[in-house]
Write a protein that binds this ligand. Structure first.
Ligand SMILES: NC(=O)c1ccc[n+]([C@@H]2O[C@H](COP(=O)([O-])OP(=O)(O)OC[C@H]3O[C@@H](n4cnc5c(N)ncnc54)[C@H](OP(=O)(O)O)[C@@H]3O)[C@@H](O)[C@H]2O)c1
Length: 335
């Protein structure tokens, strides 16, 4: 099968297309024929091997996962012997961490895998999970209720666009901060107020909020502190440089000990339950993944270079199969 591989850490140009062996599903796995995947900021982080401590998960000297890509949507081409929930031909979506920048990938039944909501394209379904799972982990780390005042800073990114829609469900009053060109988009996602950061600094408008969620790693607790109500929480998503992580951990600990205004850096909870929740939200019209552009698999370097500008709106999709065939290869159960 065709796959995008890399054998060393580095810039987008370390990525190249190669013919590799198709993976074989284990008993508890399905083989997915990938129709669409994404390039997201996590893929870029794994590829650069920065911050360095990330290499303890991905290989210290060289990447142990040759094929990047976590999010996917596609059709089941084969199932392992103990699979009960899925069958060959089912349209599915999810996130399996690595391996989706390829024509086939194996995904665990108990992992982040669900049936694709009806009426969705593969491209739309591929972009559902990563931003929304991170946004959901952040938002569920605080108590948002009707009337809570929330700022989503960087509301046009993958995490930010998901955060606006998920926060909407709690009844919170949402102020979304983004660039001029994305004001209409974030309003359409459910923001009550929008602030154009090129025109106005929200930390200087005299307003105070219960939660400020920096969804793009461009703000700081120090600059936002005065805009938080007493007992308010600043949520950070970006590990940034290597020193940032211990600093955030310390701030999180200190601020929760001292009380008053707090900093949170919630680790994403990648759970199947969240994927099922997202599926239900999509089916009831309460959630959609925002898609900026699509590229083909052989344009992976261009796609990745674009994602690394930090200017994408929502998500960048990689279309692995241009037109969805009516039938998938029926390889049945593993012998
Ligand atoms: N916690 C985790 O596990 C985890 C995992 C993945 C990623 N991350 C981090 O989370 C952050 C967001 O990821 P993402 O994928 O959502 O990012 P993204 O989609 O790449 O965010 C891009 C968006 O941010 C906006 N933006 C850029 N500069 C801005 C600024 N100064 N003020 C406000 N908005 C700005 C851009 O819009 P305009 O420039 O048009 O305004 C663009 O729409 C990244 O820093 C990433 O490293 C964390």
């Amino acid at each position: 099968m065709r796959a995008v591989v890399h054998d060393k850490y580095g810039p987008p140009t370390v990525l190249r297309l190669e013919d590799v062996e198709r993976p074989v599903p284990k008993d508890n796995q399905v083989l997915v024929k990938v129709h669409a995947t994404t390039v997201n900021r996590s893929d870029c982080g794994w590829r650069t091997g920065k911050p360095f401590f990330a290499r303890f998960f991905t290989g210290v000297r060289r990447p142990k996962h040759r094929i990047l890509g976590g999010e996917f949507a596609g059709e089941i081409a084969a199932v392992g012997n103990s699979i009960t929930e899925f069958k060959v031909g089912d349209r599915v979506f999810g996130d399996c961490g690595f391996g989706t920048h390829a024509e086939f990938v194996c995904a665990r039944q108990e992992g982040l895998l669900a049936h694709q909501p009806a009426g969705m394209t593969f491209a739309e379904a591929a972009a559902v999970c990563d931003g929304a799972i991170i946004a959901n982990s952040c938002l569920t780390s605080v108590e948002l209720r009707g009337g809570s005042r929330l700022v989503v800073y960087g509301a046009s990114g993958s995490i930010g666009s998901a955060a606006v829609q998920l926060a909407r469900l709690s009844g919170a009053e949402i102020t979304a901060v983004c660039n001029t060109k994305n004001l209409e988009l974030v309003k359409s996602l459910g923001a009550d107020h929008v602030i154009d950061y090129t025109q106005e600094d929200f930390t200087k408008n005299g307003e105070q909020y219960d939660v400020i969620f920096d969804a793009v790693g461009k703000h700081s607790f120090r600059r936002c502190r005065r805009s938080l109500k007493s007992g308010g929480t600043y949520i950070e998503t970006d590990l940034g440089f290597m020193w940032h992580a211990p600093l955030l951990a310390l701030l999180t600990r200190l601020t929760s000990l001292i009380g008053g205004k707090r900093v949170r850096f919630p680790l994403p909870k990648y759970t199947k339950e969240t994927v099922i929740l997202l599926k239900e939200l999509i089916e009831t019209g309460k959630y959609r993944a925002v898609i900026d552009r699509s590229y083909s698999l052989d344009q992976i370097v261009e796609a990745t270079t674009y994602v690394e500008t930090g200017q994408k709106t929502g998500n960048v999709v990689i279309t692995v199969i241009e037109t969805a065939p009516n039938a998938v290869t029926d390889e049945g159960k593993n012998a």
